[in-house]
Design a protein around this ligand. Structure first.
Ligand code: NAD
Length: 254
């Protein structure tokens, strides 16, 4: 398949749903062979099925990004299947409960940080080791608008996403000379299962309120984030590293 990722092997975590699924599909459309990783097997297999239906190449690997051994095995399986690893979208994430900082449950704090921040670091740890052996690569981490500004009742999420932006910048500096680019995307409010759980299920009027807070007057789509990830992964972004790219319809510009 021709495209801006032709011949490349891309690993996407959290690819059973939402932004990760959209990225996996977009990367396959651009010619990449895609490793679809998630804890959710049914959704992951569905992503693979959609890629194959469209004529692309993909495989599902079940992996929990909080477990080092599973992440190590995931990268090893990608390389065993496709011979290399060119790009990775470290995207798996959870929102955690909504609660003020002083009332935030400790267990939930640990879980949100484990998935959203340690998970991204563990993925980078094994991806970078492989990319160094190959002489380069491109990594895109999913941070958030909440990685750039605060948000009420989401302390662990906000802290984890600010951490992802910092981790992205640190790794970008360390591996720039080794040919590995490391960037982040900072989605605004994107219509996915996560936003459904956080806002829309709780309050039927939430969508109108969220859309009204957006300069463009609407929520974003997973596909709109995926296009930014594809570009950051591609050679078209060859001089872009250490960047946190907002894909938020202008929300952070307010
Ligand atoms: P989603 O819930 O649709 O997808 C998240 C996926 O991550 C799910 O398939 C889930 O099974 C997987 N996952 C969760 N924990 C995992 C683990 N430990 N190991 C492997 N996979 C795991 O949500 P989404 O909106 O597509 O979110 C994707 C990313 O985008 C997250 O990091 C999220 O924080 C971020 N984000 C989302 C929005 C938004 O508005 N939807 C905004 C900013 C950032």
């Amino acid at each position: 398949m021709a495209g801006c990722l032709a011949g490349k092997v891309v690993l996407v975590t959290g690819a059973a749903s939402g932004i990760g699924r959209a990225t996996a599909l977009a990367c396959a459309r651009e010619g990449a062979r895609v490793v679809v990783a998630d804890t959710a097997a049914a959704g992951g297999e569905e992503t693979v099925a959609r890629i194959r239906q469209a004529g692309g190449e993909a495989r599902f690997v079940r992996a929990d990004v909080t477990r080092a051994a599973e992440v190590e095995a995931l990268v090893a399986e990608a390389v065993a299947a496709y011979g290399r690893l060119d790009c990775a979208h470290n995207n798996a994430g959870i929102e955690g409960p909504l609660a003020p900082t002083a009332e935030y449950p400790e267990e939930a704090w640990d879980r949100v940080l484990a998935v959203n921040l340690k998970g991204v670091w563990l993925c980078m740890k094994y991806e970078i080791a492989q990319m160094l052996r190959q002489g380069g690569g491109a990594i895109v981490n999913t941070a958030s608008l909440a990685g750039l500004v605060g948000a009420r009742r989401l302390a662990a999420y906000v802290a984890s996403k600010h951490g992802v932006v910092g981790l992205t910048r640190a790794a970008a500096l360390e591996y720039a000379k080794a040919g590995i680019r490391v960037n982040a995307v900072c989605p605004g409010i994107i219509r996915t299962a996560m936003v459904q759980r956080m806002f829309l299920e709780r309050n039927p009027q939430a969508e109108e309120r969220l859309a009204a807070s957006e300069p463009m007057g609407r929520l974003g789509t997973p596909e709109e984030v995926a296009e930014a990830v594809v570009w950051l992964c591609s050679d078209a972004a060859s001089f872009v590293t250490g960047h946190a790219l907002s894909v938020d319809g202008g929300l952070a510009a307010q």
